[in-house]
Design a protein around this ligand. Structure first.
Ligand SMILES: [Fe+2]
Length: 387
C-alpha cells in the first residue's frame, strides 16, 4: 500500500533500543515484501513473535478443481450455497481457481481462528453484513461495499460483528494485490486520473494489545498447512509504522470514468494481482453520444477468463438471463460474450445505470471447484440464442 501509516508507540529511530515499562526491550519485527526491496512495516511486540511451542500438520477443508469442460459460459448462484454460520476463513466455499488466484464465497456467522496465509494477499469484498479484521496492526471494521486487502502472512482473525451473518466474496492471490501501477506516481502517490486516492483508504487506527498465552494459529504455506501454538498472543503489538498493513476501501468511493461512447473495462480497474485484475462496476452516468449504445458490445478478450459478481442494482446487459443478486458469471477465453438479446436496443437513451458488480479477469483459465457445480444455473449458456 503506497501510504505511510504510524499507529501506537514507535521509537524515534528504527532498530534502536525501545523499552517496556519493566525495562525489557520490545521485540521489533520487520514485515516486508520482495526481500527487503519493497513495502514493509516495523512492529513492536511485547513478546517474541518467534516463540512457538508446537507445530502440527493441519488438514484444511478439501475442495476439488476441474477444467471448464465442455467450455461454457457459467452462471453460479452464490446464495444457493448458504450454509449459514460458517467461519469466514475455513468455511469458504471455493468456486473458481487457478494457480494464481482462488475465488470463494462464504456466509459467515462466527469468528474465524487466527490464520496466516503465507502464499499471498487476500482481497475480501463484503456483499452484506459487517466484519472486523483483527491483526497485529489493530482492528479494521468493514461494511457492505468494502474491499479489504490483507497482506501476505498477516496473522488475522475475521469476526462478523452484526446481528446478521456476513457475506464475503473472497479473492486469494498467489502473490500481492494492490492498486494498478498506472494509478500511482513513481513514489507511490495516487495520481489525479486514479478513480480513488489516499483519502478513500482506511487502515487500523489503534493497537489491539491482546494478552494471551498458548495461542493457536493456522498457517497456509507454500507446501501445505501447519497449526502452530504460539507462546504469546500475536496481537501484542504496542505500535507499528510503515506502508504494509491491512487496508479497506469502499466500492462506493470508486469514482467511475465515463465517456461519450462505451468505455472498456480497464476504466473500472481497482486492483492488480499476479496474472489477474479486479474491477468495480458502480452506478454511473452512461454514454452521452447522441447515437451511443450504453451496454457493452459483444467482445472476446482472448487472453482472459472474466468473472463478474453481481452485488447490487440491475446489470442492464444481463437482463433476462436469470442473473440475480449474488450471481457470478464466468465468460471464459474461447467464448465470445455480449449483451443478452434485446439489451442493446433497450439500453439506447438510458443516461444512468444502477449497477454494482465486482469483476475478476484472470490471464490463465479458471477451473471450476466443486461448490461451483452445486450452485450452477445449467441453462445460462443458451440464453443468447433466441429459441
Ligand atoms: Fe465482458
Amino acid at each position: 500500500m503506497p501510504y505511510y501509516r504510524s499507529v501506537g508507540e514507535v521509537p524515534r529511530k528504527r532498530h534502536t533500543q525501545f523499552r517496556q515499562p519493566d525495562g525489557s526491550l520490545y521485540a521489533e519485527e520487520l514485515m516486508g515484501q520482495e526481500g527487503f526491496s519493497s513495502d514493509s512495516s516495523l512492529l513492536y511486540h511485547r513478546h517474541a513473535p518467534t516463540a512457538i511451542l508446537a507445530a502440527d500438520e493441519f488438514t484444511p477443508p478439501a475442495f476439488t478443481r476441474a477444467p471448464n469442460l465442455p467450455l461454457k459460459p457459467r452462471h453460479l448462484r452464490t446464495h444457493k450455497l448458504d450454509a449459514g454460520g460458517a467461519d469466514p476463513i475455513l468455511g469458504r466455499q471455493y468456486l473458481l481457481a487457478n494457480d494464481d488466484v482462488r475465488i470463494g464465497y462464504v456466509l459467515a456467522g462466527r469468528p474465524s481462528p487466527l490464520f496466516r496465509d503465507a502464499t499471498g494477499d487476500h482481497c475480501l469484498y463484503v456483499e452484506a453484513g459487517t466484519l472486523r479484521v483483527e491483526s497485529p496492526f489493530g482492528a479494521l471494521d468493514a461494511v457492505a461495499g468494502d474491499y479489504v486487502v490483507i497482506p501476505t502472512s498477516t496473522i488475522h482473525r475475521l469476526v462478523p460483528t452484526g446481528d446478521q451473518p456476513v457475506r464475503l466474496l473472497t479473492v486469494e492471490a498467489t502473490g500481492h494485490i494492490g492498486p494498478p501501477k498506472r494509478y500511482l506516481s513513481v513514489r507511490g502517490q495516487f495520481l489525479e486520473h486514479s478513480p480513488y486516492c489516499e483519502r478513500d483508504v482506511r487502515g487500523p487506527d489503534v493497537p489491539l494489545l491482546v494478552d494471551g498465552e498458548e495461542v493457536e494459529v493456522l498457517v497456509r504455506h507454500r507446501r501445505g498447512w501447519t497449526r502452530y501454538v504460539y507462546a504469546n498472543h500475536p496481537f501484542d503489538v504496542v505500535g507499528w509504522d510503515g506502508h504494509l498493513y491491512p487496508w479497506a476501501f469502499s466500492i462506493h468511493d470508486f469514482e467511475p470514468i465515463t465517456g461519450r461512447i462505451h468505455q472498456p473495462p480497464p476504466v473500472h480497474q481497482t486492483f492488480q494481482g499476479p496474472n489477474f485484475v479486479i474491477c468495480s462496476f458502480v452506478p454511473r452516468k452512461v454514454d452521452y453520444h447522441p447515437d451511443s449504445i450504453p451496454v457493452p458490445y459483444n467482445h472476446h478478450n482472448v487472453d482472459s477468463d472474466e468473472m463478474l459478481f453481481y452485488t447490487g442494482g440491475n446489470y442492464e446487459a444481463r437482463r433476462g438471463s436469470g442473473i440475480e443478486q449474488g450471481s457470478i458469471s464466468l465468460h471464459p477465453s474461447g467464448f465470445t460474450h455480449g449483451p443478452q438479446p434485446g439489451a442493446a436496443e433497450r439500453s439506447i437513451g438510458a443516461d444512468y445505470f444502477d449497477e454494482l458488480a465486482v469483476m475478476v479477469d484472470t490471464f490463465r483459465p479458471l477451473d471450476l471447484c466443486d461448490a461451483a457445480r452445486t450452485c450452477e444455473d445449467e441453462g445460462y449458456a443458451w440464453t443468447w440464442a433466441r429459441r
